[in-house]
Ligand binder design. Structure first.
Ligand SMILES: Nc1ncnc2c1ncn2[C@@H]1O[C@H](COP(=O)(O)OP(=O)(O)OP(=O)(O)O)[C@@H](O)[C@H]1O
Ligand SMILES: [K+]
Ligand SMILES: [Mg+2]
Length: 690
């Protein structure tokens, strides 16, 4: 089976532009426009000028109909252009959501009465599954809902969700236990405990997010919007006060005409920060969409923006920096014991260990010494499960305590039992394995330490260059692991992280994040394990590997479908781009006003004081053409800036202050000059027609 990732369509594709045009008309509905108050004001202005136009036609308004009509048309276009930019930004997501939805067929599930492979089942529809239900999924069957594998291991094709057709391992016990509804088991059977009710699954959430239905404004967006509304109110007050002033002036001078409602409305729209208000929603949506194209699902826009300011990145080792399939590759006996003795004890200690590590020990013992795991456990067996706190697992059987675990934990265990006889060569063996970057697991039977299991894991390829890039962006990388300091140091050196913390328990990971946050840093964390979940919940930017456990994915605010820890680079880049684009377009929008003052104010004054011709520094043809040109410029600048809003300001890795000055010059000075030129050119065109 091979499903390929859909080709990313361009934002300006026909498929997207058509529906976006329709939706930008639908968005004229004031109830929808309520979300963008500045644009709602422009719509009200459009209605007012539509009325003055109708009055010009009937003769009740003395202004020429070509003028009022044109002003009204361009004000309506201003709102439509704003809606269009938002619709265009939503377009690609909508298309992808539609394809996700169509891939979600009505799946049935085998609901088990007991969580055992041979237990009886009833066939039910996916919509009947509830949190806590246990289902059996066999080869070539679609997993009916999100859940955790609680027994077995299988190859799963996740193309329906990730677009990636390479199958992945999903297994119980380890950090790769989460399965996503809609994906397909290729080989073997697994038992899955459902973790989401219908309608609340990952796929549902994903569809909602990329359609923009669940999008909430980020704190940054809200802050900017408050500023934009305040500016709009100020200009509204100014415009309202011009009317009585002009009437008074005309009376006092005994000549001229007072400023008309059409002109005041036009002036208001030109001065209000319409450009940035029009493009603001598109900037955020397009940013999320760019991330989505990179297979990153941001569950909140806030997290992406926070990523733009990240200083510290904490990464879990196993499964994040390394591939995470830690496998037993050798038994190294100590203290005069034989390899077979060690293998037998390790095998017994792992009989009930359903973690990938445990299963790999059983597999190695079978391969080397033909030890077979009969399905029945020793009747008297008492299972001691692995936990990140104890770093130890095993069983008690036949009066013996079989254990395997981290070296310090196992040594502490035998010492606690009153044994003091630690083999002399143990620490050498442990250190040699650890220095090579592998994980040593020390095995004991009762009081006796028999030897060490070598658990090997591989650092993901190409990770070093990406960490180097993060460093050049001023982001410090810190690896945190439950593993021992020697292994941690070896992997840290190989992966080239800046720092590491070894023997970290879940609460240590959490504490490290809090400390960094208290020191004023913005902290990102990537992880996959249940023991990473508390830290993920605390981090400002929490990226869960899609291969990770359900608790990790629930605690995170960003999910990487490719499970690539260096994806943070892309996330940071998009975050910075969103913040920069927003800042740049705000600067541009506000500095535009300068030219508009020069175009409109003299035109207005001229109608009151015709002798003030010197004010017309731009030499615009007539007062009416000047006002109309400003309105037209104000409208068409929106579609002209749409590509920038959607693609984002080009990201340049340079120091923040330098970048700020660069952007201020470009968009501030550019924002002052562009409308002078634009309005002048439009005025010349308008003058040709009237
Ligand atoms: N199944 C197991 N049985 C006994 N001990 C184990 C088992 N799995 C891991 N250990 C030991 O416990 C230690 C900590 O566990 P683990 O590696 O899962 O922690 P972690 O905090 O998730 O670290 P990492 O960043 O490497 O994922 C391991 O280094 C290993 O020594
Ligand atoms: K404006
Ligand atoms: Mg882990």
């Amino acid at each position: 089976m091979s499903v390929h990732k859909p080709e990313p369509v361009s934002i300006f594709d026909k498929q997207i532009v058509g529906p976006a045009l329709v939706s930008s008309l639908k968005k004229l509905n004031p109830i929808e426009l309520w979300r963008n108050p500045v644009m709602l004001c422009v719509e009200i202005a459009s209605v007012i000028t539509l009325i003055t136009f109708i009055l010009s036609l009937t003769g009740a308004n003395k202004e020429p109909a070509w003028f009022t009509g044109q002003v009204s048309v361009w004000l309506w276009l201003t709102v439509i252009f704003a809606n269009f930019s938002e619709s265009l930004a939503e377009g690609r997501g909508k298309a992808r959501a539609a394809s996700l939805r169509s891939s979600r067929t009505s799946v049935s599930a085998k609901l088990l009465s007991k969580p055992e492979f041979d237990s009886a089942f009833t066939t039910v529809g996916a919509s009947q599954l509830r949190k806590g239900d246990v289902i059996l999924v066999g080869a070539n069957e679609i997993i009916a809902g999100d859940g955790d594998v609680i027994a077995g291991a299988a190859l799963v094709n996740e193309a329906a969700v990730t677009g990636e057709s390479a199958p992945v391992v999903r297994e119980s016990g380890g950090d790769r236990s989460a399965v996503t509804g809609g994906t397909t088991v290729i080989a073997n059977s697994i038992i899955v405990r459902i973790t989401a009710n219908p309608g609340e699954t990952f796929l549902d959430r994903m569809i909602g997010l990329i359609e923009g239905a669940k999008r909430r404004k980020t704190p940054n967006e809200i802050a900017l919007e408050v500023l934009l509304i305040a500016l709009t109110l100020v200009f509204l007050l100014v415009c309202i006060n011009i009317s009585p002033l002009s009437i008074y002036s005309v009376k006092a001078a005994g000549q001229g005409t007072p400023v008309s409602l059409t002109v005041l409305t036009a002036l208001f729209v030109c001065l209000a920060p319409t450009t940035i208000a029009a493009l603001l929603p598109a900037i955020g949506i397009a940013g999320m969409d760019r991330l989505f194209q990179k297979n990153v699902i941001a569950l909140s826009g806030r997290a992406i923006e926070a990523a733009g300011d990240v200083n510290v990145l904490l990464l879990d080792k196993t499964g994040t920096i390394t591939h995470g399939n830690r496998e037993a590759v050798a038994f190294v006996p100590v203290g005069g014991h034989t390899e077979q003795e060690l293998a037998e004890a390790a095998f017994t200690a792992s009989l009930a260990d359903e973690t990938p590590e445990g299963r790999s020990v059983v597999a190695l013992a079978r391969e080397k010494f033909g030890l077979k795991k009969s399905d029945a456990m020793p009747a008297d067996a008492e299972v001691i499960e692995f936990s990140a706190e104890t770093r130890l697992s095993g069983i008690n059987t036949g009066g013996n305590q079989y254990r395997k675990g981290a070296a310090d934990s196992t040594i502490a265990f035998v010492k606690k039992n009153g044994c003091i006889n630690i083999p002399a060569n143990l620490s050498d063996v442990v250190d040699t394995i650890a220095r090579a970057g592998a994980t040593p697991l020390v095995v004991c039977k009762g009081c006796e330490i028999l030897g060490v299991i070598n658990l090997k894991d591989i650092v993901k390829a190409g990770i070093q260059e990406r960490f180097l890039q993060l460093r050049s962006m001023g982001i410090r990388t810190v690896m945190i692991t439950g593993d021992n300091p020697l292994t941690a140091a070896a992997i840290a050196a190989e992966a080239q992280v800046d720092d590491f913390l070894a023997q970290a328990k879940p609460e240590d990971k959490l504490r490290l994040i809090k400390e960094n946050q208290e020191a004023g840093f913005m902290v990102a964390m990537t992880g996959d394990g249940t023991n990473d979940a508390p830290a993920l919940a605390q981090a400002d930017v929490a990226v869960a590997m899609n291969t990770g456990t359900q608790p990790a994915r629930e605690a995170a605010n960003i999910i990487d479908l490719d499970s690539n820890p260096t994806k943070l680079l892309d996330i940071v880049e998009v975050g910075k781009q969103i913040l920069m684009t927003r800042g740049n377009l705000t600067t541009f929008s506000i500095s535009n006003d300068v030219a508009k003052y020069f175009a409109i104010i003299p035109a207005m004054m001229l109608s009151v004081y015709p002798q003030l011709g010197v004010l017309n520094v731009m030499h615009l043809a007539t007062p009416l053409s000047a006002i109309l040109s400003a309105v037209i410029f104000n409208a068409i600048i929106i579609p002209l800036l749409v590509p920038l809003a959607l693609k984002g300001t080009k990201f340049r890795p340079m120091p923040a202050e330098k970048l700020l000055i660069h952007n201020l010059l470009l968009y501030g000075v550019g924002g002052i000059i562009a409308p002078f030129a634009g309005i002048k050119i439009i005025d010349m065109c308008v003058a040709m027609f009237v």
